[in-house]
Design a protein around this ligand. Structure first.
Ligand SMILES: [Zn+2]
Length: 251
């Protein structure tokens, strides 16, 4: 029966190793500080579990402190082109437009003078959304720029082209009606194809972010599939550093 014991021990060792390499992706190639870090976030609240969708406020503050300690230059996603020659450029981005972005994230953005882009799914149902008053206050602070994320948070790949175009264009109009401008777009669920990238251009967005977990140079010729650094509310300080250095913290 000894062989069974060895087999189990061997499996446990392999599983532990894979788990470790998956959670500490130091083996991924290092990305130069000349490449911008576009960070993807959703909720910031102490009232939900830490997850890929929620970074608790104290963890978000830890992230901001880390970025400030690296002399990061915070810019809006729409400003990535003009910051191309700079190092340590960071564009924080929040998808969907959760009210907790105002309650918990915005005070920290002010405290650390960090800019962020919030992508509003303007007619989304089922979440506690930012109010118009909150949106106005954040926009006029100069620290937050708003982008569009379709009206109803739709998977563009499941729509016919005309409906997809409408969703994207109308969300831009909605954001413009609120704050006067809407230069950038985020694809809901990260689902889109070549045609949708063309639509983003035709509708007049300057650029668009996806959910590809990478750090890449900003390409002004084709800025419609910008990758982002993935985050998780439960990431520890080391995972945070790895994510910012390499683009992703986990497999
Ligand atoms: Zn979304």
């Amino acid at each position: 029966m000894m062989w069974l014991l060895y087999a189990i021990i061997g499996l446990v060792i392999v599983a532990s190793l894979l788990y470790f390499l998956g959670n500490y992706t130091f083996w991924l190639p290092f990305r130069s500080s000349k490449l911008p870090r576009v960070v993807m976030l959703h909720q910031v609240t102490p009232h939900s579990d830490a997850s890929g969708m929620n970074m608790p406020p104290e963890k978000f503050e830890q992230l901001l402190r880390l970025l400030v300690s690296k002399q990061s230059i915070f810019c809006f996603v729409s400003e990535l082109e003009q910051y191309r020659e700079q190092s340590n450029v960071v564009a924080l981005s929040f998808d969907d437009g959760f009210m907790d972005n105002y309650i918990y994230a915005y005070p920290l953005l002010k405290k650390y003078k960090a800019k962020a882009t919030i992508y509003l799914a303007t007619q989304i149902e089922g979440i506690e959304k930012l109010s118009h008053v909150q949106i106005h206050e954040m926009a006029s602070s100069g620290l937050v720029e708003f982008g569009a994320h379709t009206q109803h948070h739709v998977n563009l790949l499941k729509l016919d082209d005309e409906t997809a175009y409408q969703e994207m264009q109308q969300s831009k109009h909605d954001v413009e009606a609120l704050v006067g401008k809407c230069p950038s777009f985020a694809y809901p669920f990260g689902r889109f194809n070549e045609k949708h990238q063309q639509m983003v251009r035709e509708i007049g967005f300057k650029n668009a972010v996806s959910t590809r977990k990478k750090i890449e140079p900003y390409n002004p010729e084709h800025p419609f599939n910008i990758p982002r650094v993935s985050t998780h509310g439960a990431m520890n300080a080391l995972q945070m550093r790895i994510a910012l250095a390499k683009g992703r913290y986990k497999l």
